[in-house]
Design a protein around this ligand. Structure first.
Ligand code: ATP
Ligand code: MG
Length: 330
């Protein structure tokens, strides 16, 4: 490193030694200020990581997951994504797993069963008031085929949107015949060939979630790697047991997905270990990291897979989809 330095003039493309030293100093200063401004700041650090060219892990996942590379299940799998705790990543998981499975060539139907309509936003399907929606299928005898919309750019991914009407459905359902099994009937009558039906549940254990659990054979529970992650899980599991005993003997918790994992905190590991100890191999090996790209994507009406395919968020959802598909119906 002693033969050619900035001051020997041989590598300076033009200008004086002073000029090249100034440029080097500027570059160093920029690096130092970037390091300083990002240290201790989760979001910026993460952005930097995500901004790197496609990481090795990403390349592997993309290589492995070219369309049609995932096994088609022997029959339709209906999975409800549920956890009555709010903000744990249910919708993000339904949207991104749905997209990942569809990108791998499978036929997917995502049903937005939350009056917040977040899955509809994430998949960019119309869900303004008055749009035919899951409400019409539950309350008004419309068929799911009539209300499903194709996600733009992904012909094998459909979404049944939720509009604000759904907010009243919990109460309206109470007085209807077969109030717990209306979604099940609607899904059974869906005529299209579908490999996966993913139902995004609201953060409650009310009649909408009961409908999802009566319609599904599998429950996927996203668990956020944070304090209080396990709080309320007992109640969720009790409810699933009750539904199994009285309404749907086939229902079971098939999959746990750890979300918003932050590798830099001990807490995330503690939560992950605790969950794995309790739920054993129901927990997917793939873990979804806390990633700014994942949270930005819905703002653009996109999944993280289309918004930033090389990001860690995208590759982990691809990996989770792969695991889910390969585990099949257990
Ligand atoms: P609700 O109970 O309100 O329906 P939810 O369980 O569906 O919430 P999401 O809406 O998927 O949770 O996520 C909650 C928030 O966390 C959203 O703003 C979402 O963008 C963000 N988020 C989800 N997953 C991640 C992640 N892996 N990294 C960073 N942000 C995330
Ligand atoms: Mg949600």
């Amino acid at each position: 490193m002693t033969t050619s330095g900035p001051s020997d003039g041989r590598h300076a493309p033009s200008g004086s030694d002073d000029e090249s030293q100034r440029r080097i100093r500027q570059a160093l200063e920029a690096t130092v200020s970037r390091e300083t401004s990002t240290s201790g700041d989760d979001v910026s650090r993460e952005t930097r990581e995500d901004d790197l060219p496609i990481a090795k892990e990403a390349k592997r996942a993309v290589d492995v997951l070219h369309p049609t590379s995932l096994p088609r299940p022997p029959r339709r799998r209906t999975i409800c994504v549920a956890n009555q705790k709010g903000g744990v990543g249910k919708t993000t998981t339904a949207v991104n797993l749905g997209m990942a499975l569809a990108m791998s060539g499978l036929e997917v139907l995502v049903i937005d069963l939350d009056p917040q309509g977040n899955a509809s936003t994430g998949l960019d399907v119309d869900h303004r008031a008055g749009t035919p929606s899951v409400y019409d299928a539950l309350i008004n005898e419309s068929t799911l085929k009539e209300v499903a919309q194709t996600v733009e750019g992904m012909p094998n991914l459909k979404c049944v949107p939720a509009t604000i009407d759904l907010a009243g459905a919990e109460i309206e359902l109470v007085s209807l015949v077969a109030r717990e099994s209306r979604l099940q009937k609607a899904i059974e009558a869906y005529p299209e060939e579908v490999d996966y039906v993913l139902v995004d549940c609201p953060p409650s254990l009310g009649l909408l979630t009961v409908n999802a659990m009566v319609a599904a054979e599998e429950v996927l529970i996203p668990i956020q790697c944070e304090y209080y992650a396990l709080e309320g899980l007992g109640q969720l599991l009790n409810n699933i047991d009750l539904i199994k005993a009285h309404l749907n003997p086939k229902i079971r918790v098939s999959t746990i997905l750890l979300t918003m994992y932050d590798a830099r905190t001990k807490l995330a590991d503690q939560v992950a270990n605790e969950v794995r100890e309790y739920f054993k191999d129901t927990v997917l090996t793939s873990v979804i990291p806390r990633s700014v790209k994942v949270s930005e994507a819905p703002g653009y009406g996109q999944s993280v897979l289309t918004y930033d395919p090389g990001s860690r968020g995208a590759t982990s959802y691809l990996a989770a989809a792969k695991e889910l598909a390969e585990r099949g119906i257990r």
